[in-house]
Design a protein around this ligand. Structure first.
Ligand SMILES: [Zn+2]
Ligand SMILES: [Zn+2]
Length: 182
């Protein structure tokens, strides 16, 4: 794909503005691109809902989002409902480099989801890590073996909590190289 990326747009669906504002700042710290915020109201997600699983199929949502995606724009969808892809019980997030689309579900990132005491700091960190990770995939980054690198694969929230919001030097170099490929 020969296309230079100019903007990252956060599309949020009924998410607190303070969480999205925090996320915007963190994404700006790690990607040298303007980060815009849009309330994502025009799309009704019912078509992607699986009643048996009580979850939404994110790859179906991506197909629909692609049709309204502008060239040279990366879109990050942030939702508060559970996401899945076929063959997986759930996903914290998903990325489609071909479509320049990423998504994060905040539902399972809340400490309360596991019956624990509410911890907004930890929750915000998790949201930032998952979002930066999925956006990293859009810059052609794969999973990284460095456990502190944001591109390390999170099998569980323990992995997410262990890693940082930052790219390791190796991933940074790849990201820089891929950003220039246009
Ligand atoms: Zn990943
Ligand atoms: Zn790395």
């Amino acid at each position: 794909m020969k296309q230079s990326t100019s903007t990252i747009t956060i599309l949020s669906d009924h998410i607190s503005p303070s969480l999205i504002g925090n996320l915007q700042a963190k994404i700006r710290d790690h990607f040298e691109l303007p980060v815009k915020i849009e309330e994502y109201l025009p799309l009704d997600f019912n078509f992607a809902f699986n009643r048996k699983r009580n979850q939404y199929q994110i790859d179906k949502i991506f197909v629909k989002m692609k049709s309204r995606n502008r060239a040279s724009e990366i879109q990050l969808l942030v939702v508060d409902f559970d996401l899945y892809v076929p063959h997986l019980n759930f996903v914290f997030g998903e990325a489609s480099p071909q479509k320049s689309l990423a998504a994060v579900s905040i539902t399972r990132l809340k400490t309360e989801f596991y019956g624990e005491k509410r911890n907004d700091d930890l929750f915000r960190q998790r949201v930032a890590k998952e979002a930066i990770h999925e956006l990293g995939h859009l810059f052609r980054l794969g999973h990284c073996s460095n456990k502190t690198c944001v591109m390390h694969f999170s099998n569980s929230l323990a992995d997410t909590d262990y890693k940082s919001t930052s790219f390791c030097q190796n991933c940074l170099d790849v990201k820089k190289k891929n950003s220039r490929e246009d």
